[in-house]
Design a protein around this ligand. Structure first.
Ligand SMILES: NC(=O)c1ccc[n+]([C@@H]2O[C@H](COP(=O)([O-])OP(=O)(O)OC[C@H]3O[C@@H](n4cnc5c(N)ncnc54)[C@H](O)[C@@H]3O)[C@@H](O)[C@H]2O)c1
Length: 429
């Protein structure tokens, strides 16, 4: 199948590459010239395990190419996927201008039947609006179908999730595009769910909000566990082994962040409000998430009293492990908060330092994770990179001014850290 992807970011690049990997011919379009030139010269703009080799292999095989021209993408494809940003606006609603721009660009250059697929996360009824826009601006009376095909990948595991999806959701307004969508996804051998477009769009917001709810549930439990002298990891393990509940997304920590959960939650609350429903349950999910950060900072203040003038080491800047994405990262929020209190920061992340530099200035970026603690009054684990468990904590303890270790991701063994002489605090344990 000949496919184009408009928007070559975390979703578009990985989706396009995985489509090429299974034999489709893919043109990835992006309006960012620097990004396209980097990709054309063999570079990869994001860190995603396994992606680099896959891009190289498929470019070499002639199945994957990059361009800045939407009309070239549209001309080269039977199916056009839209994977542009849908950022949050100040009132919590979704900024649809990227999607609308692409819809008009497509309208401007289609000359024969095309299937246009919304892969971006969008409010319910977007497919109808995209179709109306294309109808309004198309030059000729060309036929087309708009399909909703939400993406469920996790950054850091995106290739794995794309190659082995739990399910593929395809929302359609007519049967005509179904065969092509089945053909595109047949090599992935996943359950294929066909719905109307509105239901497909709602599935994505409902799923992300539910995952955020699970995290906030674990975080609320962590507060109870601390008050009761229980261990939240044991409680959530005991819950999660019940396969009606499941253990994933049931870990207490600093709270969720990233480019999806906070904005999708806001959007879903707003969409519900517009549809006449006050989704108070999800508002509480947001409140719990925000208070988790406050509670963590309070723990640090209890340990250090005054933060002004203190040197604090922070391990982790990405919003989670295995990615270089720092968009709405709790780790960065924490750093900015500590800076406002007057603390000096020594920070490290295995992949995200280059993306953090423009937004987190006035800190010392440390290349070696083992040296972050040097001369610090406290050390914080802010992102759950597994390699942080093998930091040389015995050495760190000796190099620190005060032995305070705050583990915002419950990554370390409390008794081992206490044996090393740390005053060790984590979440709900
Ligand atoms: N990142 C994730 O984990 C994830 C997962 C599932 C769904 N989503 C959703 O997918 C969508 C894209 O997210 P992302 O993280 O890939 O965003 P991104 O910012 O990484 O990538 C979007 C790309 O679109 C390009 N772009 C913007 N306008 C364009 C235009 N008119 N023509 C061509 N290119 C254009 C940008 O230059 C950018 O490279 C969002 O709706 C997001 O909510 C993201």
């Amino acid at each position: 199948m000949k496919i184009s992807i408009i928007g070559t970011g975390y979703v578009g690049l990985v989706t396009g590459t995985c489509f090429a990997e299974v034999g489709h011919s893919v043109t990835c379009v992006d309006s960012d010239l620097n990004k396209v030139e980097l990709l054309q010269s063999g570079g990869i703009p994001i860190y995603e395990p396994g992606l680099g080799e896959m891009v190289t292999r498929n470019v070499a095989a002639g199945r994957l190419q990059f361009t800045t021209s939407t009309s070239e993408g549209v001309a080269n494809s039977e199916v056009i996927f839209i994977a542009v940003p849908t950022p949050q606006q100040s009132d919590g609603s979704v900024n649809m201008s990227y999607i609308e721009t692409v819809a008009r660009e497509i309208a401007d250059c289609i000359t024969s039947y095309r299937i246009i697929v919304d892969k971006s996360t969008v409010p319910v009824k977007t497919a109808e609006k995209v179709a109306a826009t294309i109808r309004r601006y198309r030059r000729a009376n060309v036929e087309f179908d708009v399909v909703s095909n939400p993406e469920f990948l996790r950054e850091g595991f995106a290739v794995e999730d794309l190659m082995k999806p739990d399910r593929v959701v395809v929302g359609v307004a007519s049967q005509r595009p179904v065969a092509a969508m089945r053909e595109i996804y047949a090599p992935f051998a996943a359950p294929f769910i066909i719905t109307d477009t509105n239901s497909a769009e709602l599935i994505k917001h409902a799923a992300n909000s539910f995952l955020a709810l699970k995290i906030s549930y674990a975080n609320a439990l962590s507060v109870i566990c601390e008050a009761a002298g229980a261990n939240v990891q044991e409680v959530t393990r005991g819950m999660g082994l019940d396969n009606r509940i499941g253990s994933r997304f049931l870990q207490a920590g600093l709270g969720f962040g990233g480019s999806c959960f906070p904005k999708d939650l806001h959007a879903f609350i707003k969409i519900s409000e517009e549809l006449g429903y006050d989704f108070r349950l999800l508002k509480e999910v947001q409140n719990i998430n925000a208070s988790q950060m406050e509670r963590f900072v309070k723990k640090l203040e209890e340990a250090l009293w005054v933060l002004n003038g203190k040197t604090i080491g922070v391990l982790g800047l990405a919003f989670k492990q295995n990615t270089d994405d720092v968009r709405q990262s709790p780790a960065i929020d924490l750093c900015l908060r500590l800076q406002r209190e007057g603390a000096n920061l020594r920070v490290h992340d295995p992949q995200a330092m280059h993306k953090a530099r423009p937004i987190l200035t006035g800190v010392t970026y440390v290349d070696d994770m083992n040296l972050v603690a040097d001369d610090c009054d406290a050390l914080i684990i802010a992102t759950e990179w597994p390699q942080f468990a093998s930091v040389d904590f015995a050495r760190a303890r000796k190099r620190m001014r005060a032995p305070i270790l705050l583990d915002g991701r419950n990554l370390l063994d409390p008794s081992k850290m206490e044996e090393l002489g740390f005053i060790y605090k984590s979440i709900g344990r």
